[in-house]
Design a protein around this ligand. Structure first.
Ligand code: DOR
Length: 415
């Protein structure tokens, strides 16, 4: 049994102060009093964080990351639920392929790890994967890393996934609009002779899919939104009652193309955009249009990421820096409240994807993270438990550090 006396803790209806007891895998609460958001500092208990967009690279790319190292990184950062993307080898597009991943999860995962099933065979966008066969074992379906180019295939995928009660999480990217780009098609690319990725390549597919979701009634989620146009399309779709949610990542909320240097750690897909895009994402996060924050934790080896802006693969690590960077840059600077940030990193993803956790309530399953909001530290990619170390936040001083993570009632990480 674990007892936190006089603890400040998050609930979906506000912060409270009282005694939090963890026993038999559950949380028990004593009578408590409400606490105002702006009065919170020091130690505080959150529901375990949930990240609906991570690349754990196993099976297939063990040299970049493993389910053990990726989930260890998550546990250190206060995550209790990670949704693992399917750009793996084999791609989880059938039950036998999915089983390889499920076996590794059962043997090595430190946190809850919930796989995505692929939408199409081999993520090739030609024919649909075994959606019905995999549905009982996956959190949702996605072809992340690639957009599904064929609209009628996406429409059929939506019908079949929604018949199984599953969300489709879409990587939105129109390939015919890419023309070899690898950073945002903006001022930095023009000034330094790089090929750009247009905003249109993202929002055109968001627009197409939102219309398909409206027509089919499917539960549809947009991965890593990076453009102001996408935010606008999603805001208007929500107002019409379309069942659409979306995520963005910390780097799109904090950085812009002006932060780019000629280093691989500034390269991810979608790319860092403009000040206007960042402002729209911040506004969307504050008003709920952007439902949740996911990291798109996408580790590559140090050698791969050392090849510079043009030649390194897309993707950066993110789990251990997400909350501290956003707490420092958004909460401390008054862009969003602490409650909204925790909601976006725990309650909202748990609710949308049916994950355990997301609230601290009497009798709830104990999925918890204890943070020390006063702790100041410096981001160093090499100190992460991930096999990857490439982060655009390298060297930043941040506030807020997870000191204990409880998954399913057990302490899985403690400082
Ligand atoms: O930056 C990215 N990395 N974006 C993606 O869509 C895929 C991911 C990866 O798998 O490395």
């Amino acid at each position: 049994m674990l007892v936190f006396e006089n603890a400040v803790y998050y609930t979906t209806s506000g912060f409270r102060k009282g005694t939090v007891t963890v026993s038999d895998g559950k949380v028990f609460l004593s009578p408590s009093v409400a606490v105002q958001d702006d009065a919170i500092d020091g130690k505080v208990i959150f529901p375990g964080l949930a990240d609906v967009h991570v690349h754990l690279r196993e099976p297939g790319f063990f040299y970049k990351e493993s389910i053990a190292t990726g989930s260890e990184s998550g546990a250190r950062a206060g995550y209790t639920a990670l949704l693992a993307m399917p750009n793996l080898s084999p791609v989880p597009d059938s039950l036998p392929h999915l089983k390889e991943e499920l076996d590794i999860i059962a043997r090595t995962a430190r946190t809850g790890v919930y796989p995505y099933g692929a939408l199409t065979v081999g993520e090739k966008g030609q024919e649909l994967a075994d959606i019905e066969g995999m549905a009982p074992y996956v959190a949702a379906f996605s072809d992340d890393g690639k957009g599904v180019q064929n609209a009628s295939l996406m429409r059929e995928a939506m019908l079949r996934a929604s018949a199984c009660g599953k969300v489709i999480a879409a990587h939105c990217e129109v390939e015919s609009l890419l023309s070899g780009g690898y950073i945002h098609d903006g001022a930095y690319a023009a000034a330094h002779g790089h090929k750009g990725i247009s905003s249109e390549s993202e929002w055109r597919m968001v627009e197409r899919d939102v219309a398909l979701a409206e027509e089919t009634g499917a539960a549809y989620h947009v991965c890593h939104v990076s453009t102001k146009e996408s935010v606008d399309i999603i805001r208007r779709a929500k107002a019409r009652g379309v069942d659409v949610t979306c995520e963005t990542a910390p780097h799109y909320l904090v950085l812009t193309e002006e932060d780019i240097r000629e280093e691989g750690r500034f390269k991810m897909n979608p790319p860092l955009r403009t000040e206007e895009d960042r402002a729209a994402l911040r506004e969307g996060l504050a008003d709920g249009t952007v439902d949740m924050v996911a990291t798109d934790h996408a580790p590559h080896s140090d050698e791969e990421k050392s090849r510079g802006l043009k030649d390194s693969p897309m993707g950066v690590i993110g789990l251990e820096f997400a909350f501290p960077v956003l707490y420092t840059e958004l909460v401390k600077k008054g862009v969003v409240t602490l409650h909204r940030l925790v909601q976006a990193m725990s309650s909202a993803p748990a609710k949308r994807f049916g994950l355990p956790g997301g609230d601290i309530c009497d009798g709830c399953r104990a999925e918890l993270a204890v943070f020390d909001l006063d702790r100041e530290w410096t981001v160093r990619g090499k100190d992460s438990a991930s096999k990857g170390s490439s982060t655009p936040f390298e060297g930043r001083t941040v506030k807020g550090k997870n000191i204990m993570t409880i998954h399913n009632g057990e302490i899985i990480w403690k400082e």
